[in-house]
Every structure is written in C-alpha cells, then in structure tokens.
Design a protein around this ligand. Structure first.
Ligand code: IPD
Length: 277
C-alpha cells in the first residue's frame, strides 16, 4: 500500500507529535498539585476532568495553531476544529485522568495525526506519540516505519497460547456498561494467564506494542483514546480491530499479535462483548 503522505510530510508530522507531547508532559510534571481537584464530570460522576486536562489541551491546540495552522483538531476536552490541509490531529491531553487524580503513574499524553475523512472508521493514522510523563516513556510511530520506545524499535510479544497471555482491558464509566464488561471479563479470565487494568487505553496499546502485555481489549474507547496507540501497536506487529470484521472503535477494540488476536476475537464475538447486554 502506498503511503497517503509524502516522506517529508511524515517526518514533519512525527516531529510535531513528539514535540507537543513532550512539552505537554513537562507541563503535567511541573504543574501537578499535591491535591488534584476535579474540575468537572462527563459521561458519569466518575468520569472526571481536571484543570490540567483543560490546560494541556489548550496548550496542544495553541501549539498546533502555530506549527500546523491549516490542520483540523479533534480533542477530548475541546471538541473539533476544522482545517483545510487534510490532516487532523487527534489528541488526549491526559489519557488516564483517574490515575492522574490519584497520583498513580499510568497516564499519558496521546497525540496522533490522521489523514482522510474525519471519521475514525475510515481515516488513516500516519504519525503518533504517546508520552507517559510520570516515568518519561515515549512511544513514537510513523506509518510504514515501525514503532519505538525511547528511540529503540519495539515488537509485540508472541505468547504461544491464550492461556499464557497477559491481557489488558478497561471499563467504562457508566454502570450499565460496567455490568456487561464484568460479565465478559468473568468469562475471559479463566482462559488467560491474567488480566491487567492499567487505566490508560493509549498505554495499554503501547504496552502490547512493547511486549508488556500480550493482548488488550476494551469496549467504549473514544477516538482520542485509540488513535495514537493504535498506530504504535500496528507498527510493532499487532493487529488492532473490532469484532466481526469491524474496524477498531467505540464498539470494541482488540489488539495483539495475529494468532492470539484471532483467538481473543473469536471468544469476544461469542460473548457478544461489543454489546452492553
Ligand atoms: C480513559 C482511559 C481508560 C479507559 C477509559 C478511557 P480518560 O480515558 O483510557 O483506561 O478504560 O475507557 O475513557 O478518560 O482518562 O482520558
């Protein structure tokens, strides 16, 4: 498949993604108060936003306006703004806000550049950076060029069976969804090595990419949770899909190396894990 962007544009997009993700990480590290307060809530009272989420997204938008003024932006906290270049930035200022609130280290800044229609089902993610400010890990990927962690190329781990696979997952913020997700995880856990709930979907996907998890699945992801980590995972050798031939997205996202991914997709399909039933 030929690349939808030139080499020079891809170089620039990767550079911008890394630059603004690292700047945001520095803001988060230096600005975290001892007692983080909730600034608002979203899908439920447990789905929180902090002042830092808002400040970092404002920073990301301001920097993109300087560096790539003709691009569109889709962000978790600020909605979408249109562009004319065909490139859209999909950003999550803090993916893992609940961990940030509690002072747990698994949160990340997630920055992706996508091309094509502004629809996650059809756009192509071309450049990505996921940066974890608490420990400094920086995942970078460019379409067709592979993925790195702190500059070193990464590949998925190849567990020999599902029973030997460590599986990441996550849970939504609404009660009805959690009831359905609890039913699914209860069926999955006897079939795998163990389950992890890291609390940042972008880091889950990057952790599959670097071999810290064998597989990951989650229902309910938003485009900004998914876009950057999806490219990091696929460039490291993972398949990232939904169920029944669907692309990854809000209904379901499953990531892992092809053989184990196929096994997990079959189980999740049987469990109708892409529904809230
Ligand atoms: C959340 C995290 C979490 C996942 C939730 C997401 P946020 O993102 O990625 O791991 O389980 O579905 O909403 O709200 O912290 O940006």
């Amino acid at each position: 498949m030929s690349s939808p962007v030139s080499d020079a544009l891809l170089d620039e997009l990767v550079d911008v993604a890394r630059t603004i993700a690292l700047e945001s990480g520095a803001m988060i590290r230096s600005g975290r108060p001892d007692d983080v307060e909730v600034a608002g809530t979203k899908s439920s009272a447990q789905d929180v936003v902090t002042a830092m989420d808002l400040a970092v997204e404002a920073h990301l938008r301001a920097r993109l306006a300087e560096l790539r003024p003709d691009d569109a932006i889709l962000g978790e906290e600020g909605g979408s703004s249109e562009g004319t270049s065909g490139v859209t930035w999909v950003v999550d200022p803090i993916d893992g806000t609940v961990n940030y609130l509690y002072g747990l280290p698994s949160y990340s800044v997630s920055v992706a550049a996508v091309v094509g229609p502004p629809d996650p089902a059809v756009w192509t993610v071309v450049a990505a950076c996921v940066h974890a400010p608490a420990d400094g890990r920086t995942f970078v990927a460019a379409l067709g060029r592979g993925a790195t962690l702190d500059g070193v190329p990464i590949r998925v781990r190849n567990a020999t069976s599902l029973l030997d696979s460590l599986v990441g997952t996550g849970f939504g913020y609404r009660v009805e969804r959690r009831v359905a997700q609890a039913r699914v995880v209860a069926e999955v856990i006897p079939l795998v090595r163990d389950i992890r709930r890291i609390g940042s979907a972008a880091l889950d996907l990057c952790t599959v990419a670097s071999g810290g998890l064998d597989l990951y699945y989650e229902r309910g992801l938003s485009p900004w949770d998914l876009a950057a980590g999806q490219l990091v995972a696929t460039e490291a050798g993972a398949l990232v899909t939904g169920l029944n031939g669907a692309p990854p997205g809000t209904e379901m996202t499953v990531a892992g190396p092809p053989d184990r991914h196929a096994e997990l997709v079959a189980i999740l399909s049987r469990l109708r894990a892409d529904t809230d039933e």
